[in-house]
Design a protein around this ligand. Structure first.
Ligand code: TRP
Ligand code: SF4
Length: 332
């Protein structure tokens, strides 16, 4: 049997270039390797852990995000794309795992403490928020995933998943493989204002940005702060425009821009114009797929429904084993 890969994202809506070059392109690369059976899902229940008081955008955000997944090159014939809340077994496994997870494991989770402080304007003293990693553990082990592609921020959650899986195997029966996190080096993309690229900072360049919108955002990008005038020499290594050139421009152009910037032979306006053109060119296949799926909502819905069925089939198999191992199957 092929090794299984599983990962998920909370439904944040349209994805930006940070998401694209971070998690998403890694998901596509794992799919394209062809030696993994890939499962990718929308973690809409996880969205509720912090946004329980405003749920009105979750549905639209789910569709927008899945369209970006497809635009990025996830292929529903090769990867199973599904929605967490459509596979109810996740809730059952979450409940069962919550019985065996010591509170102390959850309370010492660094991500829990950090996010709670970061989002101090929301009341996150809820049972669900504390249990976030237990639900994540259920998502992962449900599919007996051997690899979980995630960013470093998710490592504590995967570590907890491993501990919970080991505890289940020890208490009942060896059902679950212990999953490995799959970390990949990703370029650190900053937003147009020089802070971390994030939808909530309103500094994001979206995967879908094209034409004038794209040009405007690139033109507004923060550059080397010491380069005030065109005659000032610049430091490309400190400039986010240059980081993006490294991704989108040809090696020849990149090799030309760095010295030209250092010697003030090229101005930032020109440099940014070239970048906007390179992004537009590089994202062309993504934009074309995006247009296609945007124009066929029926097809997107069918893809998600098919993914839900495929995921549900495996989830039901796993839950039959789990109930049997825990001796809470009462079928007569
Ligand atoms: N916590 C993840 C995030 O915020 C989303 C997630 C939920 C996830 N369940 C998962 C990721 C299982 C990997 C595997 O990005
Ligand atoms: Fe950045 Fe380009 Fe300006 Fe150099 S010329 S500082 S790389 S935008």
């Amino acid at each position: 049997m092929q090794k299984r890969i599983l990962s998920g994202m909370r439904p944040t809506g349209k994805l930006h270039l940070g998401n694209f070059h971070g998690a998403l392109s890694n998901w596509v690369a794992l799919q394209d390797r062809g030696d993994y059976d890939c499962f990718y899902f929308v973690a809409d229940w996880h969205a509720l852990t912090s946004d329980y008081a405003s749920t009105e955008n979750i549905k639209a955000n789910t569709v927008d995000m899945v369209i970006d997944w497809l635009a990025a090159g996830l292929d529903p014939d090769r990867s199973t794309l599904f929605i967490q809340s459509s596979v109810m077994e996740h809730a059952e496994l979450f409940l069962l795992l919550s019985m065996i997870t010591p509170l102390s494991w959850l309370e010492r989770n660094p991500t829990y403490k950090e996010i709670k402080e970061e989002l101090s304007q929301k009341d996150l003293s809820t049972f669900g928020f504390l249990g976030y990693p237990v639900l994540q553990a259920a998502d992962i082990i449900m599919y007996k995933a051997s690899g979980v592609p995630v960013g470093v921020d998710q490592l504590p959650h995967v570590e907890l998943t491993r501990e919970i899986a080991r505890r289940f195997n020890f208490l009942y029966r060896e059902i679950f493989p212990i999953p490995e996190p799959l970390l990949t080096e990703v370029p650190k993309l900053l937003g147009t204002d020089g802070r971390k690229m994030s939808k909530s900072y309103e500094n994001a360049i979206f995967m879908s940005d094209q034409g004038d919108e794209l040009k405007k955002k690139v033109a507004a990008m923060f550059t080397d702060p010491q380069r005030q005038r065109k005659s000032d020499p610049g430091r490309p290594e400190l400039c986010n425009v240059y980081t993006l050139h490294e991704i989108y421009s040809t090696p020849e152009v990149v090799a030309e821009i760095a010295p030209a910037c250092r010697s003030a032979a090229i101005g930032c306006i020109e440099c940014k114009k070239r970048l906007a053109a390179a992004i537009a060119e590089g994202m062309k296949p993504v934009h074309e797929r995006r247009e296609h799926y945007l124009a066929s909502p029926q097809e997107v819905r069918a893809i998600m429904e098919d993914g839900n069925v495929r995921a549900g089939r495996i989830a039901r198999e796993t839950m039959a084993e789990v109930r049997e191992a825990m001796k809470i199957n009462h079928e007569l």
